[in-house]
Design a protein around this ligand. Structure first.
Ligand SMILES: [Zn+2]
Length: 349
């Protein structure tokens, strides 16, 4: 079968090659890939910033944003042929740590977890993949191709889960949300905010193209320029750019009881000068919180399925700005100005 592979540690080693079909030891649920979403993590893996091949293998099958159709599954697995399915990316560490022991592998303490298409387990960028039933999630068939947005949605479902837990440390009635960065992660953060009835504000650099329209379609306000021009302190901020200067502006915008959730992964070497005394003083006196979040556990996949089920399907389909057939895979990895979510279509070769 064909698979998109990289050799971890070797920059730009990405290729499509024939590889053996997944071994039965990968799990009893066999899934035929329909689509694969591409994200910033894949570009970092291609650049060899990180990435680990499975033990005994030279290459790693890339891809963690899956969508497939069950090809074969045991009768007692809860799956049947034809089910629309998405694979869970992170698997608990084998120790396991206290977090992984209770299925909270997104909070793994010892960092010995594994991740499909990233760390030591084959990804979903292959014509066929297998999984244990506990690491596949069934999707509502009405989602169709939009189901490929499931994995990125889980990241925001977790972010919102934790924002809510932090907010509910005391009486909490948030009204305003600011999202920085209108990429797929930011737009999904805004979608969940809108579903929760918050007044949604999204900030990005671009002034035209599909992003402002997608924000307006959510009933949200679209902004460009510096954050201090916003004129208010949002109750919740979700930072999705990873750009140091934007993060500093977001910290400066934190208001009373404000929560700043950091969801964008920064590159190294972005130094900024900060008045830690002022930041500490403000955070203490105003009960504000800054926290980071990554990945998702099984519970967040259920939350994400609800989010996608409630969302306007046309809005979701506009998030997928480009679909490239597997034969054109190289094009899928070339960034284009109006890209939001680019998807590789495994069903048309
Ligand atoms: Zn763990």
């Amino acid at each position: 079968m064909k698979a998109i592979t990289i050799v971890p540690g070797t920059p730009n080693s990405i290729s499509v090659q024939d590889v053996p079909e997944p071994p039965a030891s990968d799990g009893s649920v066999l899934v035929r890939a329909v689509e694969l979403g591409i994200c910033g993590t894949d570009f970092e893996l291609i650049s060899a910033d990180y990435g680990w091949a499975p033990r005994g293998s030279k290459y790693l099958i890339l891809g963690h944003e899956s969508l497939g159709v069950v090809e074969d599954a045991p009768a007692d697995s809860g799956f049947k042929k034809g089910d629309l399915a998405v694979g869970i990316v992170r698997h608990p560490d084998p120790v396991p740590c206290v977090a992984c022991a209770v299925d909270e592998w997104d909070m793994c303490r010892n960092m010995k977890y594994t991740e499909r298409g990233i760390k030591e387990i084959s990804g979903f960028g292959a014509e066929l993949w297998r999984s244990h039933p506990g690491f596949v999630v069934k999707l509502d068939p009405k989602l169709g191709g939009c189901g490929v947005l499931m994995e990125p949605t889980t990241i925001l479902a977790k972010a919102w889960d934790h924002i809510t837990r932090i907010g509910e440390r005391a009486l909490w009635k948030p009204k305003t949300l600011l999202v920085t960065g209108a990429g797929p992660v930011g737009l999904l953060a805004a979608l969940i905010g809108a579903q929760r009835g918050l007044e949604v504000h999204v900030l990005d650099r671009v002034t035209e193209g599909p992003k402002p329209e997608l924000v307006h379609d959510l009933g949200g306000h679209y902004h460009t320029g510096p954050l201090d021009k916003l004129g208010f302190c949002p109750d919740v901020m979700i930072e999705c750019t990873g750009v140091a200067s934007v993060i500093v502006e977001a910290i400066n915008l934190l208001g009373t009881d404000g929560i700043l959730c950091l969801a964008g992964v920064s590159s190294h070497g972005q130094e900024q000068t900060l008045d830690i005394g002022k930041i500490n003083r403000t955070m203490v006196l105003e009960n504000s919180v800054i926290f980071g979040t990554v990945n998702a556990n099984r519970k967040h996949y259920q939350m994400a399925a609800e989010v996608l089920g409630k969302a306007d399907q046309q809005w979701l389909s506009k998030m997928i700005s480009r679909r490239e057939p597997l034969a054109n895979w190289r094009k899928a990895f070339e960034r284009q100005p109006d890209d939001i979510k680019v998807v590789i279509d495994f069903s048309h070769r």
